[in-house]
Design a binder for this molecule. Sequence first.
Ligand code: SAH
Length: 452
Amino acid sequence: MQKNEIYTVTIEDLTAEGSGVCRVDGMTVFVPETAVGDVLEMKIVKVLKRYSFGIPVKILTPSPDRMEPDCKHHCPCGGCTFRHIRYENELELKAKIVQDAFQRLGKLSPEFLPILGCDTRIRYRNKAQYPVAADKDGKLICGFYAKRSHRIVPVEDCLLQPERFGRVVKAILRYAEEKKISAYDEVNNTGILRHIYLREGHYSGELMVCLVVRKSVERELKGLIPRLTEEFPQIKSIVMNVNPEKTNVILGRRTVTLYGSDTITDTMCGNEVSISPLSFYQVNTPQAERLYGVAKEFAALTGTERLLDLYCGAGTIGLSMADAAGSVLGVEVIPEAVENARENASRNGIRNAQFLCGDAGEIAARLAAEQMLPDVIVADPPRKGCDAQTIDAICRMNPERVVMVSCNPATAARDCALLCQRQYQIVKVQPVDLFPGTGHVECVVLLSRDKA
Ligand code: SAH
């Protein structure tokens, strides 16, 4: 097989990255932007030892799974993976990704519940972080990265975000151009405006605007405040986050409040919750409520249990379960999120919840050593999963049930496999689609102590 050769192939499978998979003379070839069942001509663009990459040249027979992408930015914009296949096929694929992770990577055979799809494929996000750059004429642009690249594709209105976000971004860029606030240059670590980060309370409609800058431009931003708040009265918070580092981590440690509050407030599972820009908050609110609902059902609390909520963020999961638990203890590493969690408990009159700030593994190890033994543990780690110390401490605390909530089936399967080498057995897995159109999928796992 050689570069530039053209083959006629049938797409047999799809990867989580949205690439079609086909075979040519026993060699696996990945072809992006295709669907299972497509018969197409594809051109080889890269040949490796075990697999190759192709691009579609001409679709001969389109797959029945296909649909016309609803977004005018789709491809080149790399934000979405699945705008060209039907939602039911996307859900099928996501269910399979979860199943494969647990069965193949984890060598586990739990019960898989049917995936919970989202009622809407568009405008479900409550948060966007748009990178800013200058185009070749020096004009400020803002959008999303092209696939596997740091080239920004300008996007005026992303279908995953509230429609209002596009207009807020436009107003900010117009102002920055007037005031000659430059775009950040990530190669040389020069320039000012790095990201425009927006959040909207799904139920409250409250808006937060966070401008991520390389160095403080507080004075230059003064005129922006009346302009934004007059046009968008929903804005409750404008902050400037300073990130001087040469890094692709978006937020820096220092945040300055320029207008209003340093948090916005929303409702999650019936609780009023305030969230700081640095705090994690699920991006799809209604679907997160379903996710937490499943976690609560799996936790099977009867009103007396001690619940440990590891990686608790602003406390949302633990607080949604506090009415059914004896006590809740949340653990989270970001101080602002812990502050939010405490405030969220008190503003909802929840008196049986406490929160500790620190590394989940270290605190869990300390709790285990002090014989502070929870009956149920909920763990909702970041994409990289739990570390060995956390898994070990969970086992030493020996709760009756562990409920794992995860946005990465591969690390969830790995962590569950480790728990299953000890005193736990995996019972069931509930995949939940929080991110329609993208390659991401969330799941909730129930593990119970005392193997059958
Ligand atoms: N349960 C929360 C947050 C889940 S996201 C919710 O549903 O909203 C994962 C959280 O883990 C983030 O808040 C992140 O800040 C936190 N985190 C990441 N590494 C951590 C660590 N080593 N120890 C404790 N918390 C950590």
